[in-house]
Ligand binder design. Structure first.
Ligand SMILES: Cc1cc2nc3c(=O)[nH]c(=O)nc-3n(C[C@H](O)[C@H](O)[C@H](O)COP(=O)(O)OP(=O)(O)OC[C@H]3O[C@@H](n4cnc5c(N)ncnc54)[C@H](O)[C@@H]3O)c2cc1C
Length: 379
């Protein structure tokens, strides 16, 4: 058992940390307050190669291992959850779905521009009537000669408005249940394909979340991504990697909460002492630090299993449920340590507290992760 990162992994982490602190942190509060998508930050992130993290080099990607990718996701989220979730949905969901299951033509056509970050990607599984029970989706793709015609609505889709390309799941054979669902690559500009009005959210204000509307979208059958009726099965593989990245997102948010608590405790005084000198608060940061390290280890272990080509479903769900709940606990404790200052928007902990909640909901809720874990360990 080796807990040391390789020199290359340390380099990726340092690069992501430097980018987050230099290019992301200065604008985070303003973008959050204005509920504005940080296009320029994403453009610069593309230039680092991190928007092609999981894309093979042959298609212009960085072809990072999952451990490196998780470290980069953690560093971005440590500073800004909105930039973090944008990068996560683009890499782990849309781009990775095409990289894993797209045809050679689809990979050559879409991956290079996605990898460079010239185009952002979205991924539509959830619908207004089906989230945890995703296979109950109603969107339909009906064959019409050498085309498919898609109708339906996808809900809560990250990058729905800012993304030009989306992988969208639709039912191709209602009689086959989850084995009758297929994935399609859609492009903005295809008649009938559009994004709805962005939702107003509790947190992640600078990320773009909206519906994707499919109104009689007629696409050539060559837009099918992966085999016919295999879309849902393929989604499960996409989600396995996505859960590891969302666990890393939670670790980053939790670490950000701890960073903020430590800085505040050293500068704020009460009863003639700094907050850092109070035993009660020391116990809180000790618990936060310990839990964050445990969440990080679970996350990197799941990433290492994936890199080794070993089954990672159980490890991914364990990492995701644990890390996301650590993120909420750490954000709550850090806000408490800030006292009244934690409740106003001047300090980053207020934003982290709102952003962290998503990690317990997206990519499968905590209840769904526990269902997966129970199923795996019960056998
Ligand atoms: C900001 C944001 C970004 C998102 N981005 C994307 C995206 O890019 N692409 C995408 O496809 N989706 C995305 N989602 C959707 C997300 O994955 C779903 O919200 C999530 O899977 C939960 O589904 P739901 O909201 O329909 O909740 P529901 O499934 O309706 O769940 C409601 C409650 O019931 C519980 N529950 C459901 N079934 C069970 C059960 N069997 N046992 C116990 N409890 C159960 C849930 O845990 C939850 O507490 C995003 C959501 C948000 C908020």
């Amino acid at each position: 058992m080796d807990f040391e990162l390789t020199p290359e992994q340390k380099e990726i982490r340092a690069m992501a940390r430097d980018f987050a602190e230099r290019e992301v942190a200065p604008g985070s509060r303003a973008f959050d307050e204005r509920q504005e998508f940080p296009h320029e930050v994403l453009r610069k992130l593309g230039a680092t190669g991190l928007l092609g993290a999981l894309v093979p080099e042959a298609y212009g990607g960085a072809a990072l291992d999952y451990v490196s990718y998780a470290l980069a996701v953690e560093e971005l989220n440590r500073v800004d959850g909105s930039v973090g979730i944008t990068m996560w949905a683009h890499n782990s969901l849309c781009t990775n779905h095409i990289a894993l299951f797209g045809s050679a033509e689809q990979k050559a056509r879409y991956l290079p521009e996605l990898a460079r970050g010239e185009t952002l990607g979205a991924w539509g599984l959830t619908e207004p009537g089906s989230g945890s029970d995703a296979a109950a989706m109603k969107s339909r793709a009906v064959r019409d000669g050498d085309h498919f015609v898609l109708d339906g609505t996808k809900a809560f889709i990250t990058n729905a408005g800012v993304g030009r390309i989306a992988v969208v799941m639709a039912v191709t054979d209602p009689a086959r249940g989850s084995k009758g669902i297929s994935a399609f690559i859609l492009e903005k500009g295809m008649p009938g394909f559009s994004a709805g009005t962005p939702y107003r959210k509790l947190g992640l204000h600078a990320s773009d979340t909206a519906e994707l509307v499919l109104d009689h979208v007629r696409v050539p059958a060559t837009q099918l991504c992966g085999a016919l009726h295999q879309g849902f099965v393929n989604c499960m593989q996409v989600l396995e990697g996505g859960r590891i990245a969302m666990a890393a997102m939670a670790v980053g948010l939790a670490q950000g909460a701890l960073d903020q608590a430590l800085a505040y405790m050293k500068q704020r005084s009460a009863f003639g002492r700094t907050l850092a000198e109070f035993n009660g608060l020391q116990g809180m940061v000790a618990d936060m630090g310990t839990e964050i390290e445990a969440a990080r280890l679970l996350t990197l272990r799941a990433a290492a299993l994936k890199d080794a080509g070993r089954p990672a479903r159980l490890a991914a769900s364990m990492a995701k449920v644990f890390a996301s709940e650590v993120a909420m606990r750490a954000a709550t404790k850090s806000l408490q340590i800030h006292g009244g200052a934690g409740y106003i928007t001047e300090f980053p902990i207020e934003r982290i507290f709102r952003d962290a909640k998503l990690t317990e909901i997206g990519e499968g809720t905590s209840e769904v992760q526990r269902m997966v874990i129970a199923r795996e360990i019960l056998g």
